[in-house]
Design a protein around this ligand. Structure first.
Ligand code: URA
Length: 256
């Protein structure tokens, strides 16, 4: 496959954008800069990076799910319903896995992919991909909660969290911004500040927002522009991606 086609299919950018990146020396194949857009690349053999970020192999599936309450995030079949049962039947034979985990009672944006490299890149703690959660609380948080989130608070078992964002949207509603993913992390951080989470919803992963038109329980393929938001510079949300547009369908552990 030609390099410009590979970059275009992997990242979702048009070939007309991929070509100048390649000619400008921003693309490597197997560790070496390649400036010829016609260079032949073998998917699965040659690792390709764009601006220093590994891009996924073309041909992989990347799905967005609006996870509903009551399903568990696992590929293992058991007694409880799983997110895999929500995947359309014609895709279930593909080797899909959720990217990170949401608790059974958490709703919102969950990605699934056949691309192990992308999965690793988005969940690896060193990538610091930011995730945004909306939480409803049983009572108001302590007054110093924002400062404690920002400083990196300590959970009841002594775990020290990385600095995190906390915005009060109302007396009983907050947005939490995390760049790491510990078991029940949002719930435990809120508990440490005097309240209990009564419902939790993930709105965003990196620069990608949950499609507001996607009903709970539904799954769809990511559009090329959405793939691009994740594939290149995932986690570095450009300013204009930080709020969902009105029309948009845009925007190794528990996910925080
Ligand atoms: N934090 C939690 O507490 N639960 C989730 O499902 C995700 C983040």
């Amino acid at each position: 496959m030609r390099l410009d086609r590979y970059v275009s299919q992997s990242t979702g950018m048009p070939r007309s954008h991929a070509t100048p990146l390649i000619r400008g020396g921003q693309v490597t194949v197997a560790g070496a800069v390649v400036r010829d857009p016609a260079e032949q690349v073998v998917p699965g053999r040659d690792a390709v990076t764009v601006r220093g970020v590994a891009v996924r192999e073309p041909g992989h599936l990347l799905l967005m799910m609006h996870k509903p309450v009551g399903v568990i995030t696992t590929t293992e079949q058991g007694r409880q319903p799983t997110v895999m049962e929500l995947v359309p039947a014609d895709l279930r034979h593909r080797d899909l896995a959720p990217i990170g985990r949401l608790d059974k009672d958490t709703t919102g944006l969950l990605l699934l992919t056949t691309d192990g490299g992308l999965n690793h890149a988005l969940t690896h703690p060193r990538r610091h991909v930011e995730k945004a959660y909306l939480a409803e609380l049983d009572c108001e948080l302590q007054p110093d909660a924002e400062a404690r989130f920002l400083a990196g608070l300590t959970l009841e078992d002594g775990t020290l969290c990385k600095p995190a964002g906390l915005e009060r949207l109302g007396p009983l509603q907050v947005r939490v911004l995390l760049r790491e993913g510990r078991f029940h992390q949002v719930k435990r951080m809120i508990t440490a500040c005097g309240s209990t989470v009564v419902s939790l919803h993930r709105e965003r992963i990196g620069a990608l927002w949950l499609d507001p038109a996607l009903p709970p329980g539904e799954v769809r393929m990511l559009r090329p522009d959405e793939v691009q938001l994740l594939g290149i510079g995932a986690g570095q949300a450009p300013a204009d991606a930080l709020q969902p547009a009105a029309s948009q369908s845009e925007t190794p552990e528990n996910d925080g």
